[in-house]
Write a protein of this length. Structure first.
Length: 94
């Protein structure tokens, strides 16, 4: 009975890691395809609202950092998932 409770908590942890990887991957897709930039250019928000333009320029500068952080998150979470799966495999088949 105790093994099942531990297995359930590990399953929930793996599901959370999956959604974290999914969110990071979607963020990377948005960075590469620039959906927000297309919307900003379509409505000319930089020219209509010059005060907001400073924040738009700052956001574009930080996109490289967002990309790097999301890639690091994916690598670390994938490594943790690999270790958890290896530990479960060892516990089950030992």
């Amino acid at each position: 009975m105790a093994l099942r409770a531990e297995g359930d908590s590990v399953l929930l942890l793996l599901l959370r890691f999956f959604f974290l990887i999914l969110i990071s991957a979607l963020s990377i897709i948005f960075i590469f395809y620039g959906f927000l930039d297309k919307i900003l250019n379509y409505f000319n928000l930089e020219y209509r609202y010059p005060k907001i333009a400073k924040f738009i320029i700052l956001r574009r500068k930080f996109q490289q950092y967002y990309l790097f952080i999301n890639i690091i998150i994916i690598v670390i979470v994938s490594f943790i998932i690999l270790l958890l799966n290896a530990a479960i495999f060892i516990l089950i088949f030992s």
